[in-house]
Structures are given as C-alpha cells and as structure tokens.
Design a protein around this ligand. Structure first.
Ligand SMILES: NC(=O)c1ccc[n+]([C@@H]2O[C@H](COP(=O)([O-])OP(=O)(O)OC[C@H]3O[C@@H](n4cnc5c(N)ncnc54)[C@H](OP(=O)(O)O)[C@@H]3O)[C@@H](O)[C@H]2O)c1
Length: 343
C-alpha cells in the first residue's frame, strides 16, 4: 500500500525518478487469460486521448458494455462509432456528463442506477484551466479546480453506493479509479489555513499550478476516502498515466510561444504513447485488487504518495481538506452517503 512507502517518497519526486519512470520502466502486460466478458465499465472524458484508449483496451479484453461518459454528444458519438466498428460484438453507449455541472453529475449518477451491474469506473475527465482565472458561475470555483478536484470528489462519493449495490456475488468487487498526475509531486499547499479557498483566489493563478494543486488534493482525498470505505464493497485507487504525447491535453495559452514550443518538444521526446499511458488505467482498474485500496498506482505498481502525505502537516491537510470538501458538497448529502456506506 502507498501508505507504507514513505521511504520511497523522496526519490519518487526527484527529477531523476521522473526520467526513470518515463524511460526505464517497461509496460507490464495484463495477465494472460484476463477476460472482461459480461463486464460493464464507465470511463469519463473518453471521447479522446487516454480515456478513449483505455476504453479500447478494455474492449480488447472482451468487455461487454462500455459507457463513454462525455460532455459532448457529437464527440462521444464519433468516438463510439470508431469503437463499434472495431468491436462489433460489444455494446458501446454514450452518456452525457459535464463535470462542471452538479446537475449533470447527479443526473448521470441516477442513470447509473439503471445498469444491471458496474464492474469498474475510471474517472479520467480532466483538463488544464484557461489562460486567465475563470470560475464556474454556479459554484464560484475556478474551472479546472472544479472539474479536476471538487466535481471528481462529488462523482466519486455519489457513485460509491451505486457501485456497492451493483456488486455481483463471487466476482471481484467494483473498482473506482481516479486518474491523477505525477506532476502533483512538484507543487505544494499553503499551510495552515483553509485549503479550498487557496484555489478560489485569482492571485498567483497559473493554469499549470492550479492543475497540479488540484491533482495533489486528489491524493489526500482518496487516501482519506479509502479509510471510510470497506474494500470488500468497492476498491478506490488512483492511477497515473505519466507524461503522454498525442492527447488533446493542451497548453492553456498562458505560456509564451518559446515556452510552449519547449514543452511540446519535451513531451515529444519524453512522453509515453497514449496506449502505454492508458494501460496504467487498465492496470489500476482491472489487474490491481484490494491491495491497491486508497493507493497510488503508477508504472503498473503501487507507488508512494507525494512526500507531504507522510508528514504531520500532511495529516492535518488531509483532515481539513476532508471537512472542507464535505462542507462544500453538503448540498448533495455526501456525509450521509459516506455514513451509510459503513452499514
Ligand atoms: N496527457 C498527459 O500527459 C497526462 C499526464 C498525467 C495525467 N493526465 C490526465 O489524464 C486525463 C486525460 O487527459 P488526456 O491527456 O487524455 O487529455 P484529453 O485528450 O484532453 O482528454 C481529456 C478528456 O476530459 C474531458 N473533459 C474535460 N473537461 C470536461 C468536463 N467539464 N466534463 C466532462 N469531460 C471533460 C475532455 O472532453 P472534451 O473532449 O469534450 O474536451 C476529454 O475527453 C486527465 O485527467 C489528465 O489530467 C494526462
């Protein structure tokens, strides 16, 4: 478990470790005989990039029903059309989900209740924010922080009882995998004081730093959530695809032409293929079991959290973030949902 890997955390966040991960760790194949026939999976943000490729890899393993949870019907339909051609025997559905809208999230969760079973959910939808600080009107949160952290936390919590109720006896418990990023290793959260408010103020905003901070909050959130959820009911874990080239994950437009060119070149030289990146999702959702509950899965193995999670300050941040998240999402009755999961 990641919680026991404190000794490895300092190296994991070094520049050397980044290049080691990108260049030297070889992709681990899915165990021979892995068969997902008769299984149902949901992947968010799956009309492009890593989400779409993860869906394809699940279908290659025989998945019966893939739900592409996307914010654009036309982009979803286009992705589904390609997958249906490639996998004519599988059921590929397109369901609308806009992660910047609480109404869309709750409607989506209601729809999930209609499924006869759900074996895995991969929460992959994510983005880098706009060049200038932009808020979601209905919530007041900065847009990328909303999608990458707050809404991801809401969707995670609301899906837990649904997944628990859809568990099929004698099969592996459902897995909920949240896609994070190892770029979170190179950011920090101000202490002490409120946490969510730090990402709601325009001061010091850059698209990249808000992206990294929101991803760092995911580690705190999932490590705390796992303690509240019985892994016999649902396994929750984090997956990191590593730096990947060839997705639609764009620079926000706040970098100079030179910086953008340098980053694109860096990504082309050091980035993984989309297939390799997406295989980390399949590893976390399909191959890993209860041992990954609450853990960070990267390079096809359970790896350490960012160093701060092992410190006393990190423990305080985790508790404060949990309380603030529960408070922020109280309109959806999240505390009660968590409470009821324990029964
Ligand atoms: N690429 C990398 O190097 C890298 C590294 C580490 C982690 N990641 C993570 O991997 C995930 C996928 O990224 P990617 O590289 O595959 O980029 P991508 O091709 O841009 O895919 C992102 C997906 O998220 C969707 N999305 C964005 N905002 C949304 C919203 N409000 N509601 C619903 N869906 C929304 C996008 O939908 P639209 O097409 O409609 O915009 C798209 O389908 C992200 O969580 C990212 O943080 C990527």
């Amino acid at each position: 478990m990641s919680s026991q890997l404190a000794n490895e955390a300092p190296f994991e966040e070094s520049v050397l470790a980044f290049f080691y991960r990108q260049w030297l760790v070889r992709r681990k194949p899915v165990p021979a005989g892995t068969d997902l026939s008769s299984q149902v999976a949901i992947v968010t943000g799956s009309n492009s990039g890593l989400g779409l490729e993860a869906g394809r890899q699940l279908l290659q393993l025989g998945l019966s029903h893939l739900i592409l949870a996307v914010r654009s019907q036309s982009r979803g339909d286009k992705a589904a059309e390609g997958l249906r051609k490639e996998f004519p025997n599988a059921d590929v559905s397109v369901w609308l989900l806009d992660m910047s809208s609480y109404d869309s999230i709750t409607t989506f969760v209601e729809r999930c209740k209609s499924l006869p079973k759900i074996n895995m959910v991969i929460l992959n939808a994510g983005l880098k924010g706009a060049a200038v600080f932009t808020t979601v009107e209905s919530t007041g949160h900065e847009y990328s922080f909303q999608v990458n952290y707050i809404s991801t936390a809401l969707l995670t919590i609301l899906l837990l009882p649904v997944l628990k109720s859809k568990r099929v006896a004698e099969s592996k418990q459902p897995t909920l995998t949240v896609v994070t990023s190892d770029s979170a290793f190179w950011t920090s959260i101000e202490t002490p004081g409120p946490i969510l408010a730090q990402l709601d103020k325009a001061e010091d905003y850059t698209a990249m730093s808000w992206y990294q901070k929101a991803k760092l909050l995911q580690y705190f959130f999932i490590s705390k959530l796992a303690a509240e959820v019985n892994s016999d009911d649902v396994i929750v874990n984090l997956a990191n695809p590593g730096l990947c080239r060839g997705t639609a994950f764009e620079n926000a437009g706040d970098w100079s032409v030179i910086t953008t060119l340098m980053f694109d070149t860096f990504k082309r030289m050091n980035g993984r293929s989309v297939a390799t990146g997406a295989s980390t999702y399949v590893d976390a959702a399909v191959v890993k079991g209860v041992e990954s509950h609450g853990s960070y899965v990267s390079e096809w193995a359970i790896r350490p959290y960012p160093k701060i999670l092992y410190t006393d300050v990190g423990a305080q941040i985790r508790e404060r973030l949990w309380e603030e998240t529960m408070e922020d999402l109280s309109f959806a009755g999240v505390s009660k949902v968590i409470e009821q999961l324990k029964r």
